[in-house]
Design a binder for this molecule. Structure first.
Ligand code: 5GP
Length: 114
């Protein structure tokens, strides 16, 4: 399987503050946070972009959403609310080619996002 900066974080080769992990996904704090809480929820299986989601790998994507309420509860913003965003491709400025859900919480959000 391809290596990415996120597989290296999940393997413990690059330090990160991991706040949640199970056999399918890990969540860790973004190195450049845009909110008091800014987590990246990442499947252990590498899917480069949302355009690469298929019937064969969509189960890994579902695991992100199964973990999300647990992470929000653990970090204390489940009831106050949060934003959950995937960036895909150049116009969205996706930097890491390993899908990840940005989860931002702990402050009031503006809409539309930039
Ligand atoms: P993207 O633009 O691909 O949607 O988001 C990638 C995110 O990964 C960015 O918010 C960036 O700050 C974060 N990031 C990049 N490298 C690292 C790293 O080494 N550690 C952590 N914790 N986050 C990273």
């Amino acid at each position: 399987m391809a290596e990415t900066i996120f597989t290296k974080i999940m393997a413990g080769e690059i330090p990160a503050e991991i706040v949640y992990q199970d056999e399918h996904v890990a969540a860790f704090r973004d190195i450049n946070p845009k909110a008091p809480h800014h987590l990246l929820v990442v499947p252990r299986k590498v899917i480069p972009t949302l355009n690469d989601v298929t019937a064969e790998n969509s189960g890994s994507v579902a695991k992100i959403f199964e973990a999300l309420p647990k992470i929000a509860e653990q970090l204390g913003f489940k009831e106050s609310g949060y934003r959950a965003v995937f960036n895909c491709g150049p116009d969205a400025h996706q930097e890491v080619m390993h899908i990840h859900l940005h989860v931002l919480g702990g402050r009031d959000m503006t809409w539309p996002p930039g």
